[in-house]
Design a protein around this ligand. Structure first.
Ligand code: PMP
Length: 428
């Protein structure tokens, strides 16, 4: 119970040592103590089914990943100013998942640092200082990352849109200008192209996520990037895909989200699942971009690409292959979406079920409308927590239930989530 003495003490400590903008999930915060695969355990020994956390990609505390970290920590940890085998071994293995033109990699310690670095690389390569970003996109917590994140700068408490940032409309097929049209992606794309062509300044880079998480799990309408990427390149810019949420097989049909759009970016930003919770990020780019960057000051990150991170990240790729986790994401994800869509048929408050693989959004609306029902979404999230199932909410109205579990999630787990949602909805 959240009222236990140890949880109260933990909550008081938070108040004492941290600012209030260090947010907590749920009305009754959970005092976590352990986790394994798709389960988490609180300080009182309650078991939670984790239908939300995508950072422990191959499963919380996966033994192979843990062992890889422990062994490497006991042997050598250092930085890239020395030569060690783990760095190139991992780089070689990672780059095999990309098309040949994406053949250089920079390692950092978070998705934010990777987004930030990608913008520096873009500036070095194009010399242009204006960037095009996606409505409701999110790329991280550094100043540069916030500047390119509509989700942050456009927040009522945010700093607003900077002069060198342009924003383009979310190609949303549920709501929005071209929703419901068969060629929505093309239509949204054409509008973005007109915006790019009419830009008062050259655009150095266009960055977006293949499925826009903070927008409420919105997959870019089919065919959108095929329109936008050539237009960015035609005026001298580079195209960046932020795969921090969508990468490493989570989408099932695709190892990287950009593949669903049948394009190849010039740069890819990686983070979260790359090392299963160990802090790591990366930027993958072309030789040409890396060469432009080389002409500037030295690139150095104290921790980026250290042998421990590389050993852990290599184990993550091995587990994805050995356990067929991309295939599991596809199979379980499709089944999970089917169950949620069946639930939506009986409950008009579910306006949309969308996503790919194990990256799913459930939009909660006032029955029979597209009007957000934030209160109901919060109720569902908190009731599910009381039933020991972890979900979250997001989107500009915080009315989209997000589910993006570790990839070892099973069909039985999906059934448990949907059955519990159904029980709660039936009681309303
Ligand atoms: N890009 C995207 C799409 C993200 O979702 C996040 C984190 N939520 C980041 C970048 C930043 O990553 P981090 O929090 O590891 O710095």
């Amino acid at each position: 119970s959240p009222n236990s003495a140890s949880t109260q003490k933990a909550l008081e400590d938070r108040k004492a040592y941290f600012g209030k903008n260090l947010s907590l999930s749920y009305k009754a915060p959970i005092h976590m103590s352990r986790s394994v695969f798709q389960y988490m355990y609180d300080a009182e020994g309650n078991t939670f089914l984790d239908a939300y956390n995508n950072i422990p990609h191959v499963g919380h505390s996966h033994p192979k990943v843990v062992r890889a970290g422990q062994k490497q920590m006991a042997r050598l940890n250092t930085n890239t100013r020395y030569v060690y085998d783990e760095l190139a071994e991992y780089a070689e293995r990672l780059l095999k998942y990309f098309p040949a033109k994406l053949n250089k990699v920079f390692f950092v310690n978070s998705g934010s640092a990777a987004s930030d670095l990608a913008m520096r690389l873009a500036r070095a390569h194009t010399k242009a200082r204006h960037f095009l970003v996606m409505e409701d996109g999110y790329h991280g917590n550094t100043q540069t990352s916030i500047d390119i994140s509509d989700y942050k700068f456009n927040n009522p408490k945010g700093e607003g849109q900077k002069e060198h940032i342009y924003k383009t409309a979310l190609p949303n097929t549920y709501k929005g200008k071209f929703a419901g049209e068969t060629e929505a992606g093309k239509r949204y794309g054409e509008e973005a192209v007109a915006q790019i062509q009419n830009s008062p300044h050259p655009i150095g880079a266009f960055i977006c996520e293949p499925v826009v998480g903070c927008a409420g799990q919105i997959p870019l309408a089919k065919g959108y990037l095929k329109e936008v990427y050539p237009a960015i390149r035609a005026q001298g810019g580079v195209c960046i895909s932020d795969e921090v949420q969508t990468g490493f097989g989570r989408l099932g049909d695709h190892f990287w989200g950009y593949e669903a759009q049948e394009v190849v970016p010039d740069m890819v930003v990686l983070g979260k699942p790359i090392a299963n919770g160990h802090p790591m990020g990366a930027v993958v780019c072309t030789t040409e971009i890396a060469e432009s960057f080389e002409k500037g000051v030295e690139f150095f990150s104290s921790f980026g690409g250290n042998p421990v991170s590389c050993a852990i990240a290599k184990a993550v790729l091995e587990v994805i292959e050995e356990e067929g986790l991309q295939e599991n994401a596809r199979e379980v994800g499709n089944y999970y979406q089917q169950l949620l869509k069946a639930l939506a048929k009986d409950h008009a408050c579910i306006g949309d079920v969308r996503g790919m693989g194990l990256f799913i959004g459930v939009e909660i609306v006032k029955a029979g409308t597209q009007e957000p029902d934030t209160e109901l979404a919060q109720h569902l999230k908190n009731e599910m927590r009381q039933r020991h199932i972890l979900l979250s909410t997001d989107g500009p109205f915080d009315n989209v239930i997000k589910t993006k579990p570790p990839l070892c999630f099973s069909k039985a787990n999906a059934e448990e989530v949907v059955k519990n949602l159904e029980t709660i909805l039936n009681r309303i």
